[in-house]
Design a protein around this ligand. Structure first.
Ligand SMILES: C[S@@+](CC[C@H](N)C(=O)[O-])C[C@H]1O[C@@H](n2cnc3c(N)ncnc32)[C@H](O)[C@@H]1O
Length: 444
């Protein structure tokens, strides 16, 4: 089989698995295994592009297929979606795209599909203008989002929902956080420049760097030595908002994979203790691995942070980071499979869980202490409305204003959307931050 057909076959298998419920992070390593250079890049592009454009491509294919394919031919269905993606969005020569897609069907052991693929893709070429015009009347297809999610975005962000949808479908930059215990940003930028890698400081962060080109992470200077981590600029805003100081005891309530755990430890080496709790044992292992690489130490606890009786030693915390489980609708640009997997009912389930976790960890905070509530969601139900309801229920909690010049004020906290929030800023992931302080007199 040619390399061109192999890329398409791998991408079709990956897309089929994701469309049947697997997560992209589960299937990506096998899909790219053994590939290097252009072949790897092209396969990656097909998988991410196919997922970013998924709802749009499905709408086009529905117009072109006389009847749906059988569930066991999901791979051919996805091969057709990828064929349409190449013809409509990539600069692949149409003849080459059709030819290699047919070859990929043969490689999948489904030669019978050759005629179907030829027919559907050639029909798209003939009818492209008409079909693309038709999409204009269907917002879900035009913006390539599930209709329910688009409606929620529109309801929450009437001015910005279209920009958010477009931002979700754009490729994000690769962002790093320099390990403050190993050196500063200026020195690391110089190391990147010496290695011929173009990069620039990330706005509003002290140690953030944005790479101007794609690069394999483990080939960057100092990876094995733990000189940096991969982390979006929005996620790097958590540690500074905690106002850390020597001697504090800190709870990182939902820790995995440990990006913010490490940032807290890098920011304040003099903490009395950092306790990092994570429910999933395999995800806790990722925190452990990250801390080992970065040469950092914390007390790691596998458990349900919502049931402190199982793991808490009654020693209160000065700071709590609650990076709550959420819809992850702020990081769709990095995880486009979220658009396929999230269901409307998930939002109610998640808001219930977030409320339960907030209630459970609040008593663990010492009077005068600070809790930082964080999500990587852009839905107000998980963010401003969630925190607003907690403040109404909990008389000992008060909101601390976040005096910064990033994002936008929403309720008690600040929201970053994955769009240009301010004229001078590149878009970040979508995050919400709210700082809550506990009254000195708990009876207040
Ligand atoms: C948004 S992620 C945290 C990201 C992390 N703070 C970082 O910056 O790398 C939420 C995490 O909470 C975990 N989680 C969900 N429910 C939990 C619970 N009841 N107790 C502890 N951890 C939980 C999830 O498994 C997931 O790893």
């Amino acid at each position: 089989m040619t390399a061109a057909a192999s890329s398409r076959e791998r991408a079709a298998r990956a897309l089929a698995a994701v469309s049947q419920g697997a997560s992209l992070s589960q299937v990506l390593p096998a899909a790219l295994e053994g590939l290097t250079g252009q072949d790897r890049g092209f396969t990656h592009e097909l998988i991410y592009g196919g997922l970013r454009q998924y709802q749009r491509l499905e709408a086009i294919l529905a117009e072109l297929l006389r009847q749906p394919l059988k569930p066991r031919d999901r791979d051919i269905h996805c091969l057709l979606l990828l064929g349409l993606y190449q013809l409509s969005a990539l600069e692949v020569k149409p003849y080459a795209a059709v030819h290699a897609t047919v070859e990929a069907a043969r490689a999948l052991g489904k030669s019978w599909a050759a005629k179907l693929i030829n027919g559907v893709l050639r029909s798209y070429q003939r009818r492209a203008t008409e079909l693309e015009a038709q999409l204009e009347g269907d917002p879900a297809a035009r913006h390539s989002h599930p209709a329910w999610l688009l409606e929620r975005l529109q309801q929450d962000w009437p001015e910005d929902w279209e920009a958010i949808a477009a931002g979700n479908n754009r490729q994000p930059p690769l962002s790093l956080r320099v390990n403050a215990r190993h050196g500063d940003r200026v020195a690391y930028l110089a190391r990147l420049a010496a290695a011929g890698i173009q990069a620039a400081p990330l706005a509003h962060t002290s140690h953030g760097i944005r790479l101007e080109q794609n690069a394999a992470i483990d080939s960057l200077p100092g990876y094995a030595e733990g000189d940096f981590s991969v982390q979006d600029g929005a996620a790097q805003l958590a540690a500074p908002l905690l106002e850390l100081a020597p001697g504090q005891r800190v709870l990182d309530a939902c820790a995995a994979p440990g990006g913010k755990t490490a940032h807290i430890l890098e920011t304040e080496p003099g903490l009395r203790e950092l306790v990092a709790v994570e429910l999933e044992p395999d995800r806790l292992q990722r925190v452990r691995d990250n801390l080992v690489r970065l040469r950092l130490q914390a007390r790691l606890v596998q458990g349900d942070v919502g049931r402190p009786a199982d793991w808490w030693d009654n020693d209160p915390f000065d700071r709590i980071l609650l990076d709550a489980p959420c819809s992850a609708t702020g990081v769709i640009r990095r995880h486009p499979d979220i658009k396929l997997h999230r269901r409307p009912g998930d939002i109610d389930r998640l808001t219930g869980l977030q409320a339960r976790l907030l209630e459970a960890v609040w008593p663990l905070l010492r009077p005068g202490g600070r809790l930082l509530y964080v999500t990587c969601s852009v839905l107000r139900a998980e963010n401003a409305l969630q925190v607003g309801a907690f403040l109404e229920r909990c008389p000992t909690a008060r909101a601390v204003p976040i005096a910064v010049d990033w994002g936008r004020a929403d309720g008690a906290g600040r929201q970053l959307l994955p769009i240009v929030n301010r004229a001078d800023e590149a878009p970040t992931d979508g995050f919400y931050y709210a700082c809550l302080e506990k009254a000195m007199d708990e009876a207040a």
